[in-house]
Design a protein. Structure first.
Length: 387
């Protein structure tokens, strides 16, 4: 069985001044081999299925639906939105919920929801406090989680002072020679667990087999997809992975900033791609449309005026020396086997991985004054074919 799906990277250029750079990172951390995106038996529900019973259950990571941690770096107050993607049960009343659906029979499903605990890791590597007292439950498609604190290893641009406070290794705020960090935490991480609800249509042994569910996690500068696999009674691993594209450029790029980036050796970085799976290899491809049939990338404005540009991918994992221009619909980049080390607790796990930088450049000879002022936008479609 193969699974073909995509996430998107939106790039906008402006004939205006530069906006602030905003970037965020979201990594799937399986906590060694404790967190799994595959192998969940959905035959029966969990012992507790009332979401409120998990309000202060901070040890849900001990349940067999534990997916791992999503490790975040970026600004605070970023809203992560969870959307049920596919497959949808044929029962339309279930479309607003998250469901494991039988691979070969969409009438068969078990509803699920997610419990999350949000924690911080201090700059000294020690575990910090729980940052949201009541666990956030993701019950319906469209539910959100707001990142409560900023995280990252960035230093203050200038020494801390009474008017320019920083954070020390212990995440305390203040000023002085030890208060050098911009953010209170090195990482904010989200423990996340699948809870199997009682709502289902699989109460018969004839419904044994493989089940799957995909959902997206989207926020400012982040477009991610999580593909889960499960089974009823008959063990099956199926297709499971985490795919994310993170914007590494400003939300609005001034056209003047792109002038001069006109060759494959001199490109403007716009994103970072990351694929992670414990069991499934994959290939990743880039296209200019949602059908996966074109690579003619163009910025377009509200009047339909266009500006051509080129997309380049430079693989870091596996390490490929030369950047590759995306000029064929047969472009594809394959995963490799790695040992993934948890950024939080340092546990190791084997993974199938692909990671690399997405950048763009313009045709030479473009003159800004020849284009209508305003915003021009474009979408880069990132397809994954997992098997």
């Amino acid at each position: 069985m193969k699974r073909l799906s995509y996430v998107v990277l939106t790039v906008i250029i402006m004939f205006c001044s530069l906006s602030l750079l905003y970037s965020a990172s979201l990594i799937w951390d399986p906590a060694g081999t404790n967190g799994l995106l595959h192998g969940l038996n959905i035959r029966v529900s969990d012992s507790k299925t009332n979401p409120s019973s998990y309000n202060k259950d901070y040890t849900h990571y001990n349940l067999d639906g534990f997916l791992g941690r999503f490790t975040y770096q970026g600004e605070q107050d970023v809203v992560l939105t969870f959307i049920a993607e596919y497959p949808m049960p044929s029962n339309s009343t279930q479309a607003q919920y998250f469901n494991f659906t039988k691979v070969d029979d969409s009438e068969r499903y078990r509803r699920i929801f997610f419990v999350t605990t949000v924690k911080g890791e201090r700059h000294n590597g020690n575990e910090g406090p729980i940052l949201i007292t009541d666990n956030v439950k993701i019950i319906s498609s469209g539910d959100t989680l707001t990142i409560p604190q900023g995280a990252g290893s960035e230093l203050l641009e200038s020494p801390s002072s009474p008017t320019n406070l920083g954070y020390n290794l212990n995440s305390d705020q203040g000023f002085g020679p030890t208060y050098i960090y911009k953010y209170p935490y090195k990482y904010v991480w989200i423990d996340i667990t699948v809870i199997r609800d009682t709502e289902n249509n699989i109460n018969n042994n004839s419904y044994n087999g493989s089940y799957t569910h995909a959902f997206s996690i989207n926020g400012e500068g982040i477009s991610s997809q999580v593909n889960l696999s499960g089974y009823r009674t008959s063990q099956s691993n199926g297709i499971s992975y985490f795919l994310t594209v993170e914007r590494t450029c400003p939300e609005f790029i001034p056209f003047s900033a792109l002038v001069g980036y006109t060759t494959i050796q001199n490109t403007y970085p716009v994103g970072l791609l990351r694929y992670q799976s414990a069991i499934n290899d994959a290939t990743v491809s880039f296209y200019s449309n949602s059908n996966g049939t074109g690579t003619d990338f163009k910025f377009i404005n509200s009047q339909g005026r266009t500006i051509d540009y080129y997309v380049v991918f430079k693989s870091q994992v596996p390490n490929i020396t030369n950047p590759i221009k995306i000029d064929s619909t047969h472009n594809s980049f394959s995963t490799t086997n790695i040992t993934f080390t948890s950024p939080t607790y340092g546990e190791n796990a084997s993974q199938k991985s692909l990671q690399g930088d997405v950048s763009i450049y313009l045709p030479s000879g473009l003159i800004p004054s020849s284009f209508i002022p305003g915003a021009y936008s474009s979408i880069i479609y990132v397809f994954v074919n997992a098997n």
